[in-house]
Design a protein around this ligand. Sequence first.
Ligand SMILES: [Zn+2]
Ligand SMILES: [Zn+2]
Length: 228
Amino acid sequence: MLSFLRKTILPPRCLVCSGKDQVIQGVCSRCRSGIRPLPGPLCDICGKVIGTPGTCLQCQHRPPHFNKVLSACVYEGMIQDIIHRFKYRRATVYKKFLAGLVAERITADGAPFDFVTAVPLHWSRLIERGYNQSMLIARELSGYLGSDVRYGVLRKVRKTPSQVGLPRTDRQRNLRDAFSARGVEGKSVVVVDDVITTGKTAQEVSKALKNAGAAYVIFASVGRTVSW
Ligand SMILES: [Zn+2]
Ligand SMILES: [Zn+2]
């Protein structure tokens, strides 16, 4: 009753700063204004920041397994803080806000797709954390986009140590064949991750999807570090 009254009478507060200014999906306009999209031009395949519009040299020489990478914003400052809380401190209250950012990016791009899914956690990590942060975003995202969300498509078949702090070559090796996929033959799939740092997860997950017959893979994330 009390919480009902609070919601009805009091204006919503920003989850980050407690401000009351134009709070949408839990975050106020001032906090939103600190979120920075990736500075273009971006490679039209891997989404990396490049000098001239088009496809980067790396994607031209060795086409990646994904068809397109779409990230909502630069992984820095407030958004880094929110994602960290969302992922490690059970602040799942941010899921609508984060999904909203990804939805805007996907809508602006306009590429068609069949359904949304997410980068999976190994079952032991899922038990430990209690939720898959990327799947929470994927579920909200599917609501915004009016599309299906599918849960059993990807599996992490091997437990891998955190990519953070590993040298570049070890990161690639670390994730090799760590994922498997099913039920995607001929489908265009959006896969959601919270952050792209090295791009190795995007590669390995997309490889599993393509090996299982996916026709087109859009790898979408909330944040992205500017250089990988
Ligand atoms: Zn705020
Ligand atoms: Zn590229």
